[in-house]
Design a protein around this ligand. Sequence first.
Ligand code: AP5
Ligand code: MG
Length: 255
Amino acid sequence: MGLTRAARIILVGAPGVGKGTQTERLIRKYPQLSSISSGDLLRDNVRKKSPLGIKAEGIMKAGNLLPDTVMLRLITNELKVRGWMENVMPLTLNSSSIAVEQPEEDISADFETSGLTSDDPSASFILDGFPRTASQASQIDKNIDINWVVSLKTPPSIIIDRICNRWVHAPSGRVYNTTFSPPQVEGKDDVTGEPLSRRADDDPDTWKTRLQKFEETSLSLLEHYDKKGVLWSVNGNSSNEITPQLVKEFERRFS
Ligand code: AP5
Ligand code: MG
């Protein structure tokens, strides 16, 4: 089924709530959609040992958030690389050369010149994990008219068990779970056959810090989008309860 208008979607939710899982399911159903996962972009930089990756590694391992300026540059650059922002300026950055120590006041100037997102349905995307502070949201508002914000809600007591069983294919970001969605061959990625690994931030203590950061930042982030009338919340104890509701609402809005 085709899209009738461009979908510019953000998924918001606690660490391990299923943002990556729901994104993958929506993309499988609607191949016109693509996604950017801020966490996957950062982990890619960590793997490549880029200047950004070297800075990000310790912060992520401790369960803390990267500075807003760094994240804004990273995501804007990725939107341009993918051609989802109009008036694309000549590319001078790539995610491995993102300035990591930029003064806060510099970013608004960048955003005023970086162009608007395209309205064509082919420029439809899901942002998984960005923005995650009200300040990141205010900055991207200048260029990206987000038209649907999905708040995914599952009790933390259920999420923590999932995190302990999560395995990932690091190069692609594909996610498995030994009890919920195991790979066809134990320890191997279904598509490439390459080995799976554990995420460095997936131990219970780090997860608790990540949850605490989420609780500190998400209220004002969600309020920001509620005021704009684009917030939609969905509750469920499992991704299988959430997916049908998500798909139904997506279709009502975009197809
Ligand atoms: P990020 O990668 O975004 O991590 P997160 O928000 O902590 O979320 P996760 O990826 O852990 O979980 P998810 O919701 O995608 O769940 P999943 O589908 O995998 O960010 C990592 C770090 O990067 C941050 O801590 C921060 O340092 C930094 N960062 C990123 N963005 C930033 C930003 N904007 N600003 C500043 N810093 C930023 O599901 C979890 C598991 O559950 C999987 O194993 C899955 O298979 C399983 N599962 C799913 N559904 C079910 C089910 N129904 N039953 C059982 N298991 C299930
Ligand atoms: Mg994820």
